[in-house]
Design a protein around this ligand. Structure first.
Ligand SMILES: Nc1ncnc2c1ncn2[C@@H]1O[C@H](COP(=O)(O)OP(=O)(O)OP(=O)(O)O)[C@@H](O)[C@H]1O
Ligand SMILES: [Mg+2]
Length: 260
């Protein structure tokens, strides 16, 4: 059995890591024409945290992630990742720094095999090291695909993948950049209950490896199980943040879901 002292030491380590801010969003506003999709959003995510983001359809969750990952540029505000201001940085440069996200609608490179799908992100992820050669890339790609149960399909095209396999390939592509932060944007949507559990297990395992994970989901029991802290976005505003059991009881959150 584990000695209490070593348990305490490990807990202290996790707490120390969490006290380090990995991602900070400062007063971000994003407009599409006259429509305000994000309104003055500020938040901080500690290294090692498991975060859930909830909010009704169209509330701005994906837009927030697009601003964080660099796909969209906010009209005002700042995004700081690992202590560095990345607000104006291209998405691939953010990926190089360890910021990875999956897409709500899987976006594999069609016409490539699963292994080949990982080559570009693997090259981005090889930060600070020599450019890996083909054999090294293939080995890394196979390791990631194996870890997600996709090893058997490594040299097949993506055309015949099932929904959960496509979701796993999205996760694999995100993992290929060797992320410090992984944002999973509705990786569980449309999956069966057992498949949801499978994806949940994968996200827990990644968090266990020290990756900070933000899970955007509508599946509330998955959010409740996974998240140490839940953020709720409604109409482009962050209306609540806290432990999951507090957030589900939060009057404004309840109003947003149930209506007045
Ligand atoms: N590129 C765009 N151009 C114009 N409007 C957009 C664009 N992207 C998002 N929107 C609008 O911004 C709002 C927020 O969209 P977003 O995709 O961020 O919502 P979401 O919270 O991720 O919703 P869902 O839960 O359905 O995925 C929506 O009203 C959406 O129609
Ligand atoms: Mg979305």
């Amino acid at each position: 059995m584990e000695a209490p002292a070593s348990r305490d030491a490990r807990r202290a380590t996790k707490e120390d890591r969490m006290s380090e801010t990995l991602l900070a969003v400062h007063n971000v506003t994003k407009r599409f024409g006259s429509f305000v999709a994000l309104s003055d959003i500020s938040l901080e995510i500690g290294a090692g945290e498991r975060i859930g983001i909830i909010g009704p359809n169209g509330s701005g969750k994906t837009t927030l992630i697009n601003c964080v990952s660099g796909r969209l540029r906010p009209e005002s505000g700042r995004v700081v990742f690992g202590g560095e201001d990345v607000t104006r940085m291209q998405p691939h440069r953010r990926a190089q720094r360890g910021l990875a996200r999956t897409f709500q609608i899987p976006q594999p490179f069609h016409g490539m095999t699963l292994v080949e799908n990982l080559y570009v992100p693997l090259e981005y992820g090889a930060r600070g090291t020599e450019r890996p050669d083909r054999a090294a890339l293939r080995e890394s790609a196979l390791r990631i695909l194996d870890s997600l149960g996709l090893g058997g399909k490594a040299d097949e095209g993506c055309g015949a993948l099932s929904q959960i396999e496509l979701r796993k390939l999205e996760l694999a592509r995100a993992l290929a950049v060797n992320p410090r932060l992984l944002v999973s944007d509705e990786a569980m949507a449309g999956l069966s209950a057992s498949e949801v559990d499978e994806v949940l297990d994968i996200l827990f395992a990644l968090a266990g490896r020290g990756i900070t994970v933000i899970m955007i989901e509508h599946i509330m029991h998955a959010i409740m199980r996974f998240s140490e802290r839940v953020l709720c976005i409604v109409s482009g505003k962050l209306i609540a943040a806290g432990p999951p059991d507090e957030i589900v009881r939060h009057p404004e959150v309840q109003r947003a879901y149930i209506g007045d």
